[in-house]
Design a protein around this ligand. Structure first.
Ligand code: AMP
Ligand code: MG
Length: 423
């Protein structure tokens, strides 16, 4: 396991206010302590989707492997063509994809060729079939052709020995196809990141149990599980842990032994913080931040034993927002992905008026849709309480309102971040 870098540098080197940590600052500090996994495994190309390449994939061959035709037509010797008159050539044979023409094409001859067919020896130019008159084994070709037209050169897409894919890339369907196109059956990928997580709270019951009065179903463990699955992590669901110091200590120990990263939800807000704080000071090094953001203000970050630790808030929306804004990038980095690009944002007009107090970044839940003029606009999902998970479920984007922003009037351009593809 890769032990996270020690945290003490955090407190002395940084001039920050733990009671109002800007979102960007928190991200930047977390990024400093991330040491990616280094162990690798070899997997079949089919099993490599979503995995992170541990090394460049070097092409063993030229792509395409041969000079070939980009069109259906005729392979000719350019020297046979005239720029002021038609010429008639005899058809010496066929070059179909997978069935090359054998032998050499002599002056006065041409070869019928299909897209992907290997360019026959002697020829250097492809004339599209639409540009010839063919009859009785002969073709007549007019003027205006260029040497080497409609021809794809061997190695044009990729040279043998060049990197087809870079180490650190997370493999997508196109990459899987590319690996297969090179005849490579297996690739080296980083091992999956192991992430253990549990919910804290006396009020929580799991799906399947019957809540007593005052109890609620645990939803955070299910959203966290789902988000981790999409990131390609190996997940270790440790259930609900009651607000009991001994039980919590045991859970933290077990999680830190088993995983690279430990994620919890709940128990980091005011009132509970001191108790969890004490415990975590004993088990590792953890800083508690109040992030200048809404939702998701309290966040604990550090290490427990040899594992990275993220203590997310309890409210279901806050859990998702803090996961997307801090944990996601950290997990991608830890799993060996490089680079981890910032999530794209773009500006669209907001058709709702939004309430916003300056001094913190807000992540309101929005619905992006096309208006009757075919333009993208965004509206808010309705009530924005951090306990309203339905607002996340209905949303397809975050409306990100920067720190200094105040109330937003309808029609203002706002930053949005599309959720699909985030995880
Ligand atoms: P806490 O930070 O532990 O005080 O939790 C804040 C709010 O989130 C409380 O209303 C909790 O009941 C709720 N909450 C905490 N954990 C969960 C969970 N796993 N699933 C659903 N709601 C939760
Ligand atoms: Mg709690």
């Amino acid at each position: 396991m890769n032990k996270p870098a020690s945290l003490p540098a955090l407190s002395c080197a940084d001039d920050y206010d733990p009671n109002s940590m800007p979102v960007e600052k928190a991200r930047e500090v977390i990024a400093r302590f991330l040491t990616p996994v280094s162990a690798t495994e070899r997997v079949h190309v089919r099993a490599a989707l979503g995995r992170v390449l541990a090394a460049d994939v070097i092409s063993p061959l030229d792509v395409p492997a041969h000079d070939n035709s980009a069109m259906d037509g005729y392979a000719v010797r350019f020297a046979d063509l005239k720029n002021d008159a038609e010429v008639t050539l005899s058809v010496a044979g066929n070059a179909f994809a997978g069935a090359p023409f054998q032998g050499e094409v002599k002056p006065g001859q041409c070869v019928r060729i299909m897209t992907g067919g290997v360019v026959p020896r002697g020829t250097d130019t492809i004339v599209m079939q639409e540009h010839v008159k063919a009859a009785d084994g002969r073709v007549t070709i007019g003027t205006g052709h260029r040497r080497e037209q409609n021809l794809r050169r061997a190695g044009e897409d990729l040279k043998a020995g060049a990197a087809a894919l870079k180490g650190g890339q997370r493999l997508r369907p196109a990459d899987i196809g590319l690996v297969a196109s090179l005849g490579i059956p297996e690739v080296d990928v980083y091992r999956k990141l192991r992430v253990a997580f549990f919910s804290t709270g006396d009020e929580l019951v799991s799906v399947g149990a019957t809540p007593r009065e005052g109890q609620i179903y645990d939803s955070n463990r299910y959203t966290i599980h789902a988000m981790l699955e999409r990131l390609g992590c190996e997940v270790l669901d440790m259930g609900v842990v009651r607000d009991d110091p001994q039980l919590l200590e045991r859970a933290f120990d077990t999680a830190a032994d088993a995983a690279d990263v430990v994620i919890t939800s709940g128990g980091v807000s005011v009132g509970e913080a001191d108790f969890v704080k004490e415990l975590l000071n004993k088990l590792g090094e953890v800083v508690f931040w109040k992030i200048a953001m809404k939702p998701g203000r309290p966040l604990a970050y550090g290490r427990v034993g040899g594992a990275h630790f993220f203590g997310l808030p309890g409210n279901p929306v806050s859990v998702m927002v803090t996961f997307y804004q801090f944990v996601r990038d950290a997990l991608l980095t830890l799993s060996g992905q490089s680079p981890v690009e910032p999530l794209p944002r773009f500006k669209v007009p907001c058709t709702s008026a939004l309430k916003k107090a300056p001094g913190r970044t807000e992540f309101q839940r929005g619905i992006l849709s096309l208006n009757e003029r075919g333009e993208w606009t965004v509206r808010v999902t309705g009530e924005q309480g951090s306990g309203i998970l339905r607002s996340m479920s209905e949303a397809n984007c975050f409306i990100i309102l920067p720190t200094e922003q105040g109330n937003v009037t309808s029609g203002t351009l706002v930053d949005v971040q599309v959720m699909d593809g985030i995880v």
